[in-house]
Write a protein that binds this ligand. Structure first.
Ligand code: HPA
Ligand code: ZN
Length: 337
């Protein structure tokens, strides 16, 4: 797009990217080999015949759950601390090239632990990647631990207890909590108890809501203490709630290419970017699972520009809100503005 160089140079903050969603087909095959892990048999699962076949399957996701099947299958190749560190590092290098100065990244410890990888290994690897990005690329980073909605609450509780007993919030190793995975189906308030406990400890909370689910999922997430909403595009269906979100300055972390790939909208033009701007709803633009959705953050910025032809002033508002709503100190915000 004509503004490509401007968008590339705009100091960006990313708030919605899953580190496991940065696992490319190439890296899945490479780590399966390195760790001696058998991928699904291509005889029964032709998409695993090659890197190219797997990549091609990603063009045909039919829903969030169809994507999640491949996302959880792919991450089974992560075993050792350096697998997690290498994966995080590969994301941060790309983010840096895209003009990201600050990145808040999700990870799904429950899913790895259910495969026998200890919590300590996962956190050590991902935070090693974060420290390297801070040291070598000058990025600031925040790790956000995500609970997953397709596993029992008891599994989330077990991870939460390890997070607490390690003092990982107080130590600045993990900066916040979120939830993700299957939206429609499990109880909207399944993490009520965990979020109440975390809120009492002043731990920043976010939640995936209003991606496939209707606005009542957003309402429930806010009621449970989320101060940010991941996706949130269906907020436009509830004007009253939208007014409240605008008034309270709740940030939506919008992921346009993800929404198209998972068929939440037919095209980027239907992501309610213009309506959020008009309603004064703060949002940032993010990549979600770049290895699965065909683009990193700059591709998402460019796709929004192609669809909406925003002005330089509008882009400055988006970039400024992204800085102001980041979970960082005021002194770092001042550097980024
Ligand atoms: N939605 C829900 N869960 C997820 C997503 C998403 O977009 N990406 C990774 N886990
Ligand atoms: Zn997400």
């Amino acid at each position: 797009s004509p503004l490509h160089d401007f968008l590339q140079g705009l100091p960006k903050c990313e708030h919605h990217v899953h580190l496991e969603g940065c696992l490319t087909p190439h890296l899945i095959f490479q780590l399966a080999d390195r760790n001696g892990i058998a991928l699904p048999d291509p005889a029964a699962n032709p998409e695993y015949a090659s890197v190219e076949a797997l990549t091609a399957r990603y063009d045909r996701f039919t829903s969030l759950d169809d994507f999640l099947h491949f996302y959880f299958e792919g991450m089974a190749v992560l075993r050792k601390q350096n697998d997690f560190a290498d994966l995080a590092w590969s994301y941060f290098q790309q983010a840096h090239a895209d003009g990201v100065h600050h990145a808040e990244v999700f990870f799904d410890p429950q899913v790895h632990e259910s495969r026998g990888v200890p919590y300590e290994t996962i956190v050590a690897g991902f935070s090693e990647g974060c420290r390297r990005a801070e040291r070598e690329l000058g990025l600031t980073t925040r790790l956000i631990l995500c609970f997953v909605r397709h596993l029992p609450v008891s599994s989330g509780k077990a991870i939460y207890e390890q997070f607490i007993s390690h003092g990982h919030f107080e130590a600045g190793v993990i900066h916040g909590l979120g939830w993700s995975s299957t939206e429609v189906g499990p109880p909207k308030d399944m993490f009520r108890e965990l979020y109440a406990s975390a809120a009492q400890k002043k731990i920043p909370l976010t939640a995936h809501a209003g991606e496939e689910g209707d606005p009542s999922y957003i309402h429930a997430a806010l009621e449970l203490g989320a101060r940010r909403i991941d996706h949130g595009i269906r907020l436009v269906e509830d004007p009253e709630l939208m007014q409240r979100v605008a008034r309270d300055g709740v940030l939506l972390t919008v992921c346009p290419l993800s929404n198209v790939r998972l068929r939440c909208v037919p095209s980027v033009e239907q992501v309610p970017v213009r309506r959020f701007l008009e309603a004064g709803v703060k949002f940032s633009i993010n990549s979600d699972d770049p290895a699965y959705f065909g683009g990193y953050i700059l591709d998402n910025y460019c796709a929004v520009q192609e669809a909406f032809q925003l002005s330089v002033l509008e882009w400055r508002i988006i970039a400024e809100d992204s800085v102001q709503e980041s979970w960082i100190e005021d002194s770092r915000k001042a550097e980024l503005l």
